[in-house]
Design a protein around this ligand. Sequence first.
Ligand code: XMP
Ligand code: MG
Length: 173
Amino acid sequence: MKLSREPLVTSARIQGRVAELAAEVSRDYAGREVILVVVLKGGFIFAADLVRRITVPVSVDFIRARSYRGQESAGPIEFQWVCEDGIAGKHVLVLEDILDTGRTAAAILDYLKRHKPATLALCTLLDKPARREVAIVADYVGFTIDNHFVVGYGLDYDQQGRELPDVWILDMA
Ligand code: XMP
Ligand code: MG
């Protein structure tokens, strides 16, 4: 795995932005309890940092979404849902590592909506709007980036690179 010479987003910038996002979320959800639904696997490090800075009552759940892609088009998305108490009537905030075409997040939001949460919102660490194929806008965005494939801070290339503290551009050359 060959990486860019410098990180695209340094760990220090990530930590600063995560603190800002946590403050925003805590302000917006004041007086309410929030369920963070973390999209596995990529969201796990972002979630671990964010949850420790959120000051409203919070519980954590996880969802796994896999898209089976054919040669040409994106296939259907299959969910593995790990939810102990249900989300009906609750305030749900979905945490994604990155919004690319938007298909995964859109499918997750549709799926969760069917379980009748009181409110449903989306927070993504990274946003690649240039790649968007479905109309979806995150309520909270860490960093908007250009169209690069990135790894680190939970994001992987073929399961490698999740442990890196910074976000790096994968050098495809
Ligand atoms: P869509 O296209 O559904 O994709 O918005 C979202 C999922 O695709 C993966 N993805 C990436 N993973 N570096 C990664 O490590 C990237 O640059 C990247 N772009 C998309 C990721 O799993 C995300 O949840
Ligand atoms: Mg991945």
